[in-house]
Design a protein around this ligand. Sequence first.
Ligand SMILES: *Cc1c(COP(=O)(O)O)cnc(C)c1O
Length: 381
Amino acid sequence: MIELNKKIWLSSPHMGGKEKDFVDDAFATNWIAPLGPNVNGFETDIASYLGEGVHVAVLSSGTAAIHLALILLGVQKDDEVICQSMTFSASANPIIYQGATPVFVDSEKDTWNISVDFLEEAIKGRIKKGKKPKAIIPVHLYGMPCQMNEILKMAAEYGIPVIEDAAEALGSEYFGKKAGTFGNISILSFNGNKIITTSGGGAIVSKNKDIVSSARFLATQARDSAPHYQHSQIGYNYRMSNICAGIGRGQMTVLNDRVKKRREIFFAYKERLQHYPGISFQAELNGMYSNRWLTTILLDKEQTPGAINNEKLRLALELDNIESRPLWKPMHMQPVFKDAPFYGNGTSDQLFNKGLCLPSGSNMTEEELERVIKKVLYLFS
Ligand SMILES: *Cc1c(COP(=O)(O)O)cnc(C)c1O
């Protein structure tokens, strides 16, 4: 029997089947700890998936990965770090953990990611104030790669390291290379709603082996090599458990299927909705290949019949038990960051005002996708 009003989630965990085998193995061998064969295996799986000779340390969260990245780049109290404004707060919060100040940069119109022009304005502006930024954090929003060539060129020109926030972009590519391989340090997330999940978790990635081994050291309480507990640095408890890593190993076996499915969902939405006035999509420019983690649309109220805006559509979907969500509210608009410097012209404000994330989970059925599309079209008819 078809359940008419069954909840359709924005993006829910989607197990492949192998996860339990790896978790069972952890129980059978009693590796119920933040170390063990699944932890090592998951790191190897990710490194070989990403390629480019990267090294990987798996951690308790993507947020922990950004925090360790900042520490490893020497970010300290009163330093400044440039961060894409249009993102989830986890990209910026660790800057505050270090007692540093975030400097937010606006988005460009088509990819919604950090604007290279405003990035340069921010770098120049801060240097003029005698504060050369200690790092740049671009974010591949909803899986869409940033303009990495231009960003890396500028970062090299000014000698500023890049922390690539690829939390939403595992499986995305930029000119044939995987997202997560571009930063001096890159980070991934395996939170419950991401393209693959370990229930909660993250990873720090770098081509520099020393950075990744230092991350492992800091993530396990910075224990010096001695028979007793000896510490010459402040450490953290940020390592991933062998249980979670077992889920991750199973998820890696289906990652390519997940990317394929998310892209199919995006193209289904696009094909059916793009011809309606006032609806537009996040653009995949030359060289970009997005995992389309979430399909996101902009609604231009002035152009839609009956002045349909994102909130009207969200409420209509909610009435039918369909979860959708506004875009990330830019960090420069957040009360908690109201005093942070911002470079931009309001592009991300407008994206936030017009945008909506549609259900995009790889475990959605054809019928569920059809239900969402029909509901949107109903408003437009
Ligand atoms: C999810 C996410 C993070 C944080 O990852 P957690 O694993 O939830 O800590 C960081 N940045 C972005 C852009 C994210 O979407």
